[in-house]
Design a protein around this ligand. Structure first.
Ligand code: CP
Ligand code: NVA
Length: 305
């Protein structure tokens, strides 16, 4: 099998995503019926974390065990990664002892360097630039709730961060639209995302305008991991980019609200919205598990059936 990595959303084609969403549905159904799905028996996943995590660690570790394999957790603090061993050397060694690697780190260039020296598939578990596994789960959740995402509109309210960037790539790959509203000074930089064009997104100064008619309204923290020093300035700049009941009201009548979590109620979203009837955040978090099991199976075994 050709070695494949999932470093950014545009690494896979629309047909591959269609396959993954359908496969995630089947894997989820089996899980709910307590049917074993040990297709990766005896395989080893290495998970490297240079930033904190609850959902990503849990969903990858539990997911890989549910596939019959075992998962090893490494972090910067107590491995040689934190003591300056080159990424390239780490990749050579780690990929000789494992079947699959997942990394959560800072710059995208770090995982690209790792991938260039890896003998096994590599998954991006979040970088400063992208969070493709989260968007995989988010779109799977949208499809479960509302059917195909093609032709639909997603409103992004907030920072032009890793989540926003990944939504923009996904819109182009899967043919939907993103209405983006970022505060001044925190705008998207489409030229850096490798997009083919600008047909799948539109920018709005007013977040209410971005939400108008949207089928999915979503946001994320004002300050992502690694940017903590900017927190004070961001608190002021982002004050009007809080998803509230008014924004949900102006969206499509059956719009859903998503947030990758962790959330800060009263900052990027009101409690009324995230804990309200349109919010699907708990399904969204759970679906990390099912979507990533489909992804890991695909990277190691290719298409099944
Ligand atoms: N959404 C997400 O990636 O959560 P964690 O930071 O808890 O992994
Ligand atoms: N944008 C957030 C997502 C956390 C899951 C961050 O990078 O911290």
């Amino acid at each position: 099998m050709t070695l494949r990595h999932f470093l950014q959303f545009r690494d896979f084609s629309r047909a591959e995503f269609d396959y993954l969403f359908e496969r995630a549905r089947l894997i989820k159904e089996k899980f709910k019926r307590y049917e074993p799905h040990h297709v990766l028996f005896d395989r080893t996943l290495v998970m490297i974390f240079e930033k904190a995590s609850t959902r990503t660690r849990l969903s990858f570790e539990a997911g890989f065990q549910q596939l019959g394999g075992s998962a090893i957790y490494l972090n910067t603090r107590d491995s040689q990664l934190g003591r300056g061993e080159p990424v390239e050397d780490s990749a050579e060694v780690i990929s000789r002892m494992s079947d699959l690697v997942m990394i959560r780190t800072f710059e995208q260039s770090i995982i690209e360097r790792f991938a260039a020296h890896s003998r096994v598939p590599l998954i991006n578990g979040l970088t400063n630039e992208y969070h493709p596994c989260q968007i995989l789960a988010d779109i799977f959740t949208f499809i479960e709730r509302r059917g195909p995402i093609q032709g639909k509109t997603v409103a992004w309210v907030g920072d032009a961060n890793n989540m926003c960037n990944t939504w923009l790539q996904a819109a182009e790959t899967l043919d939907f639209r993103v209405h983006v509203s970022n505060p001044p000074g925190y705008e998207i930089r489409p030229a850096e995302l490798g997009l083919r064009g600008s047909a799948h997104y539109e920018t709005f100064a007013d977040p209410m305008e971005a939400c108008k008619g949207a089928h999915l309204v979503t946001t994320d923290v004002w300050t992502s991991m690694g940017y903590e020093a900017e927190n004070e300035t961001r608190m002021q700049a982002f004050a009007d980019w809080c998803v509230d009941a008014e924004m949900m009201k102006i969206a499509a009548p059956d719009a859903v609200f998503m947030h990758c979590l962790p959330a800060h109620r009263g900052e990027e979203v009101t409690a009324e919205v995230i804990d309200g009837p349109q919010s699907v955040v708990w399904d969204e978090a759970e679906n990390r598990l099912h979507a990533q099991k489909a992804l890991m199976e695909f990277l190691l075994l290719g298409r099944q059936e």
